[in-house]
Ligand binder design. Structure first.
Ligand code: ADP
Ligand code: MG
Length: 382
């Protein structure tokens, strides 16, 4: 195994083990996870891989094949938010989060490599965190469950790296299974595997990476989050999860005195939670083609109500549908990143060409396109 040979060359011995954790793409349920709502992600075949050995001297050494700069070294008992910067904060944050939760994790040598595209909204960061968490869980015999590992990985990203993400990415990476999407209730982290065997149904789910990231996105996430919280407060509920689709009209009437942006946040979250339920009903009922229309509905809501799309993402959806896709929507935080396109297998190439052609016509760069195959969650591979 190449990763083990590289580990040996770096650290002078074979690793005790090798683990892998995937990136993810979210089929539907966007900006719902910080409202204790529903999401439906699937794991990608793209993974972060970690070769890891324990050390008994309390030293943590971190290295990535994919970044310059060599080995980053720290003492595990000196880890604290702010003590490690750059890419190494993700794995170091996991060690910190495990120890901070009272788990007996000592030093380690870690060598990482990843095929998850970074910054494309496919959660290369969660893959890095989850693979580190699983490796340390097994090596140090912690016996933690997958949801616990995911929550600790999320804590690493929130409190150590300083990114206020929800728990969907880490749960998808930790808990997904092949041929399924993961229905996750972010309130209590219960989950269910929903059959999503695209190939058997003659379908393909294309991921289109726009390769743009608009700076606007930086403040927008916090702003939408605040809008959702304001909406919940005004409605007297704990989170927007507590507003069902049948209560939406009433809720919007109650919010007439609130800012328009708050009403829009509420409408998006309530309708997207409902769309997750409807997509699951279609998949359980063996009607995956009908999911396409709900993807487009979800995109419209993200574009017009939440206002987190951008011209490049809108163009993917428009060009794909125009070329005969069953449906498409932006996925992830928006303002760039990726979109998903559901398409009949035999139309996949034509749709992909149409999107690429539309980008060229608009003067945008060449988008990255690949087919997402619902893959397995984190696991030991060596
Ligand atoms: P996303 O999770 O959507 O890909 P993020 O900005 O959350 O984007 O995370 C990307 C960051 O994760 C990178 O900037 C880098 O710091 C880290 N990262 C991802 N993959 C690797 C890797 N293979 N090696 C080192 N760092 C990585
Ligand atoms: Mg990330």
């Amino acid at each position: 195994m190449r990763i083990a040979a590289e580990f040996d060359a770096l650290y002078g011995a074979r690793p005790e083990g090798v683990w892998a954790a995937p990136g993810r793409v979210n089929l539907i349920g966007e900006y719902t996870d910080f409202n204790e709502g529903f999401v439906l992600p699937l794991a990608l075949p793209h993974t972060a891989v970690a070769a890891v050995s324990r050390r008994d001297d309390g030293v943590l050494r971190l290295h990535s094949r994919d970044v310059e700069g060599g080995v980053v070294e720290a003492r595990v008992d000196a880890l604290a938010p702010g003590s490690v910067s750059g890419w190494a904060a993700y794995p170091a944050g996991v060690v910190w989060a495990l120890r901070d939760a009272g788990h007996p994790v000592g030093g380690a040598d870690v060598h990482l490599a990843s095929t998850v595209p970074t910054g494309a909204g496919l959660s290369s960061s969660a893959a890095l965190e989850v693979v580190t968490a699983l490796a340390l869980d097994e090596l140090y015999g912690l016996g933690l469950g997958r949801p616990e590992l995911a929550v600790l990985a999320q804590r690493a990203e929130n409190a150590f790296v300083g990114v206020p993400c929800g728990v969907m990415d880490q749960m998808a990476s930790a808990c997904a299974t092949e041929g399924h999407a993961l229905f996750l209730d972010t309130r209590d982290l219960t989950y269910r595997q929903v059959p999503f065997d695209l190939a058997a149904d003659g379908l393909r789910l294309l991921v289109v990476d726009t390769r743009v990231k608009h700076a606007l996105g930086d403040g927008a996430y916090a702003e939408r989050r605040a809008g959702c919280e304001a909406g919940a407060r005004a409605l007297g509920v704990r989170t927007l999860r507590d507003v069902s689709i049948t209560q939406l009209d009433d809720a919007l009437r109650k919010l007439q005195g609130e800012a328009e942006s708050v009403r829009r946040c509420v409408r998006h979250v309530v309708t997207d939670n409902d769309r997750v339920a409807r997509v699951i009903a279609l998949l359980d009922g063996g009607d995956p083609r009908a999911v396409g229309a709900l993807l487009v509905e979800g995109h419209t809501s993200l574009r017009d109500d939440l206002r987190v799309s951008c011209p490049e993402l809108d163009l993917v959806v428009e060009a794909a549908v125009e070329a005969g896709a069953l449906g498409a929507r932006m996925t992830g935080g928006g303002f760039g990143g990726s979109a998903v396109v559901l398409v009949e297998s035999e139309r996949a190439d034509a749709v992909s060409a149409a999107v690429t052609g539309a980008f060229a016509g608009a003067g945008y760069g060449v988008p990255g396109v690949f087919a997402a195959v619902p893959a397995a969650g984190a696991r030991r591979v060596g």
